[in-house]
Design a protein around this ligand. Structure first.
Ligand code: NAD
Length: 431
């Protein structure tokens, strides 16, 4: 099939390249001309394991191409996936749908035959209805709007695309549903569950899923707070409750506030969508509120660990992205913690396997180290912020001659007894 992905970011590029690997002809479109030129040269704009190889392979065999010319790409395609960003509006909870509607208007100028227009971006329920109205004005109805939300996780995006837990397709007409089912047939034949539903349901399934996962994380983070007061290990609690099949063991790892490009904005947006229908999603509101306080809570612990003397303290952050195996900094809790500590006068070094981060340039005494060794050397407190595998085998004895080094493991990647036996002061979450 001939496909076009509008928006070549985490979702558009990964799903575009995977669709091309399944044998489709895929055009990836982006308004960012530099990104497109780089992709044509084989320079990949994001860090995602396995992505580079797959892009090069499919670009070489001409199933995958890149362009900034949206109109031509739409004309040549049968199915158009909208994969642009849907961030929160500035200082507001609602999703900003400007990018979606701008693309909708552009598409309406290029409909030369029947097209399926799919929102892969996460959009509030009823967005498809509005999009339909926008496109209808110029297109003589030769199109169908479908919702096919994306569930891939950064860091495991390719695997998630090939082996999804489920494929959700929301469409109000049978013809489009059949075409979408055909498109996904290679994944369905490998066992992926395909759920066909109404367009509004598909839109809401995505938001409800993210809100539920954010709730699970926030729930275990609060239980961890209690564990710290009563000499109980939160990991025992996670295992104990996770063994109940009704609950399940995933997303029960206590740690910093949830961040990333999805959970913070999507929890806010579902609350805001519900408000428009006079529905109070009080559970999700409470999750947002608890998560907003989480970084402050962990910073209070940092204060205590340093006996309330942050000024001039040498603090190292290992990992600053919101999770491992991605370079994505959007809404990472390090963006709250590092500026706070810098303002209090700490001298901060950070190391991240995905390199230097422009987000910290403006802060005083915050420097990037290009190795774990350099980052840890002379440090007084190491904060393990992100659970990269690279950190799991660190031998602090080798890296830090001083037994005064304190370690605050916000991801519980080390065993309490092992690290204490090396003589370091070790602090973790929910223990
Ligand atoms: P992104 O910011 O990485 O990519 C969006 C791309 O769209 C950018 O490259 C931007 O230049 C491009 N763009 C914007 N307007 C355009 C236009 N008019 N024409 C052409 N290109 C345009 O965003 P992302 O992380 O890929 O997320 C996209 C959507 O998918 C969001 O709604 C997000 O919530 C959802 N989603 C993201 C993830 C994730 O893990 N990142 C997972 C599931 C769903």
């Amino acid at each position: 099939m001939k496909l076009c992905m509008i928006g070549t970011g985490y979702v558009g590029l990964v799903s575009g390249v995977c669709f091309s690997d399944l044998g489709n002809e895929v055009i990836c479109v982006d308004k960012d001309k530099e990104k497109i030129e780089n992709l044509k040269k084989g320079i990949i704009p994001i860090y995602e394991p396995g992505l580079e190889e797959l892009v090069l392979k499919n670009f070489k065999n001409r199933r995958l191409s890149f362009t900034s010319n949206l109109i031509n790409a739409v004309k040549k395609s049968d199915i158009i996936f909208i994969c642009v960003g849907t961030p929160s509006k500035k200082n507001k909870s609602d999703a900003d749908l400007n990018q979606i509607f701008t693309v909708g208007k552009e598409i309406s100028k290029s409909i030369n035959k029947f097209k399926i227009i799919v929102t892969k971006s996460t959009v509030p329920v009823t967005t498809g209805d509005y999009l339909e109205k926008i496109i209808k004005i110029k297109s003589n109805n030769k199109f169908s709007i479908v919702s096919n939300p994306e569930f891939l996780r950064e860091g495991e995006a390719i695997r998630d695309f090939i082996y999804p837990d489920r494929i959700i397709v929301g469409s109000n007409d049978k013809k489009s549903n059949k075409i979408m089912n055909n498109l996904y047939a290679p994944l369905i034949s490998k066992g992926a569950k395909y759920m066909s539903t109404s367009r509004r349901s598909a839109e809401l399934i995505k938001y409800a899923s993210n809100a539920f996962l954010a709730t699970k994380i926030t729930f275990i983070n609060e239980i961890a707070n209690l564990c710290e007061k009563i000499d109980v290990d939160v990991e025992d609690i996670s295992i104990g409750i996770g063994l109940d099949k009704r609950i399940g063991s995933r997303f029960l790892r206590a740690g910093p506030a949830y961040g990333g490009s999805c959970f913070p904005k999507d929890t806010k947006a579902i609350v805001s969508s519900a408000n428009k229908f006079n529905i109070n999603l009080s559970v999700i509101k409470s999750v947002i509120n608890s998560n907003n306080k989480r970084s402050k809570l962990l910073l209070i612990r940092v204060n205590k660990i340093l006996s309330n003397k942050i000024k001039n303290k040498k603090i190292t952050f290992l990992g600053v992205t919101f999770k491992a195996n991605t370079d994505d900094m959007r809404d990472s809790s390090s963006l709250e913690m590092i500026p706070y500590l810098s303002k209090k006068g700490a001298k901060i070094k950070y190391y991240d396997p995905t390199g230097f981060k422009k987000e910290f340039v403006k802060f005083k005494n915050v420097t990037y180290s290009n190795s774990i060794k350099d980052a840890v050397k002379d440090s007084e407190l190491v904060i393990i912020h992100t659970e990269w595998n690279d950190f799991k085998s660190i031998n602090f004895k080798k890296l830090s001659p001083s037994k005064k080094l304190k370690i605050y493991d916000m991801r519980n990647i080390f065993s309490l007894s092992k690290i204490k036996s090396q003589g370091f002061k070790y602090f973790s979450i929910g223990k």
